[in-house]
Design a protein around this ligand. Structure first.
Ligand code: THU
Length: 124
């Protein structure tokens, strides 16, 4: 999965931050859908790699995810931002989140560890 995320990272459009991120989301059936961050001159329109991957997957009719890999060039493994955690929780549930740097430093946590006490449909 990390391999796919690394490949997707090469396609990042990150001219403003210079911070390229790749993600690879996996279904329980083993299908992989990738994403990269896509920035915009109007900064706030930027989409993170994780959200690109999950929206791509859902729009293709895929559900039942079990893990996402996130690769960046940072010194420490990059965790999904807050909004991405909310989106991942909604569409993927308590998946494994594997974070890895280009240099191979890695960390794997359940989403519930990164995003405790989420607001979700059980509150509606
Ligand atoms: N970014 C991601 O794509 N995923 C993360 O987990 C953290 C941040 C992107 C957004 C922006 O394009 C750049 O990294 C710097 O924040």
């Amino acid at each position: 999965m990390v391999h796919w995320a690394q490949e997707a990272r090469q396609r990042a459009h990150a001219p403003y931050s210079g911070f390229a991120v790749g993600a690879a989301l996996r279904t329980a059936g083993g299908e992989i859908v990738t994403g990269c961050n896509v920035e915009n001159a109007s900064y706030g329109l930027t989409l993170c790699a994780e959200r690109v991957a999950v929206f791509k997957a859902v729009s293709e009719g895929l559900r039942g995810f079990d893990a996402i890999a996130v690769v960046s060039g940072a010194r420490r493994p990059t965790p999904p931002c807050g909004p991405c955690r909310q989106i991942l929780w909604e569409l993927c549930g308590d998946i494994w989140v594997h974070m890895e740097t280009a240099a191979g430093r890695r960390r794997t946590l359940r989403l519930s560890k990164l995003f405790p006490e989420p607001f979700d449909r059980t509150h509606l």
